[in-house]
Design a binder for this molecule. Sequence first.
Ligand SMILES: [Fe+2]
Ligand SMILES: [Fe+2]
Length: 258
Amino acid sequence: MLPPIAMEVWRMARDRNVDIDRLRVTLEREPALAGRVLGVACSPLYASAVPVTCLKDALMRVGQRALADIVFEVSATMEVFREPAYEPAMAALQKHSLAVAYIARDLCSMTGQSPGMAFTAGLLHDVGSVALLRVLASSERRHHRPAPAIDQVQLALKQLHAKTGGYLVRRWGLPDEIANAVAAHESLLVDGETCRLAATVSLADGLAAEVGLRGVDQYDVHTELTRNALQLPPEAMDLLRARAQVIARHLGGSAAAA
Ligand SMILES: [Fe+2]
Ligand SMILES: [Fe+2]
């Protein structure tokens, strides 16, 4: 489900000693991916005032760490959030997941956590729902039956998606910290302790829903509880809500009406 090149570039971009040209050459092996990485690097959420015209420029401008986020964003939107039987649900999940990734990354400037970890965990937090819907649709296709309506499977998604997502993320070889945060983005508990990365994702999850970008498996996030778990002052919420509105407008959510 996640293209191998995405993992390769993700790992390289996190290696401090990597040569930027080697990174560029690896990325260029997949022209469609490279083109879209350039597009995202030029988007208002990343670009500086100076236009970015080639991949090398983009790498220099956004930096290696942000590049890892962009590669993940692009490969996930190209490859992961795809299932013809559930197109509207996949589109909603994709926007929701991107919003959670962006908000979670912003939150790190207040909590001192790793923005890259938070971005990846945010982007993948509901990947369990994506996988369950894809498995369901393909199994029904094999039996020449239509896939069940999304509202018929929503309860099962709510109950299963976090653990399923955590399992997948671990299998893809991403760090345990990310897999744990994905698996615990509702309970917030890992081995009986509150997981700060899971709380970050959970708070971003709630804020994305507030600005109209809900997931298909959305539960009601207790934003006060997660804010306390992260020891954020109440006024931080105003800043985060304002940022969530900007992100939702960029992603085409309903922030204007929120
Ligand atoms: Fe979720
Ligand atoms: Fe979510």
